[in-house]
Design a protein around this ligand. Structure first.
Ligand code: CTP
Ligand code: MG
Ligand code: K
Length: 181
């Protein structure tokens, strides 16, 4: 497979996992998931993980997967790159996995003494990949192994941090996010 083709497929297939984080930033607020609870002298998750942000993120990821699926055929024939449609379970694995990864990362941040919004290089950029891919492999095995070849996974691991840094910098400059990471 040509590298450009692999990049297009990786980006397309990951969009339902990329968008939830951004939707959560836009919709976030209200009751935190941990309800303010602490473990030891530290919060479980912190005020940055809310029910509303999480729900909005998952809904946005599912909606985008549905939208992309409508156009997968047209995009494939127009570009010659076979981009996949998303099955409902694949969409759920990608969207919910992304939010779950972000939540687990916050848990780790609090355990390691980091305040809400603190940077955790590496984890910040790949937390959602680390959970969304295995969850999708579990929920939609056939779809996952069809789309996520080793080449596609390799591109995702390289492409995701670049996109993450770029979109968060833009969100920060636009005043949507408190920190540029
Ligand atoms: N957000 C949310 N619910 C989520 C994820 C994000 O409401 N599940 C919103 C919050 O308003 C959060 C903002 O999006 O402050 C930015 O997200 P993120 O950078 O992931 O959270 P942080 O505030 O940095 O908190 P943490 O240190 O726990 O990652
Ligand atoms: Mg943050
Ligand atoms: K995060």
């Amino acid at each position: 497979m040509a590298i450009l083709e692999t990049i297009v497929i990786a980006f397309w297939a990951m969009l339902p996992a990329y968008v939830p984080n951004n939707a959560a930033v836009l919709a976030g607020g209200g009751r935190p998931i941990d309800g303010g609870r602490t473990w030891g002298d530290k919060r479980m998750l912190g005020d940055g993980k809310t029910w509303r942000g999480t729900a909005a993120g998952i809904v946005a990821g599912l909606a985008l997967a549905g939208f992309l699926s409508l156009f997968a055929g047209d995009v494939s024939s127009a570009t010659g790159v076979e981009v996949p449609e998303f099955t409902p379970l694949a969409a759920l694995g990608l969207a919910a996995g992304a939010m779950l990864g972000d939540i687990l990362a916050s848990f780790l941040k609090r355990r390691t003494g980091r305040q809400r919004g603190a940077m955790f290089p590496g984890l910040d950029q790949l937390d959602f990949v680390v959970v969304s891919l295995p969850l999708t492999a579990l929920l939609a095995s056939e779809w996952f192994f069809d789309v996520f070849t080793w080449e596609v996974i390799a591109v995702v691991v390289v492409l995701t941090p670049i996109l993450h840094v770029t979109t968060n910098m833009i969100a920060y400059k636009l005043g949507l996010k408190n920190e540029p990471w």
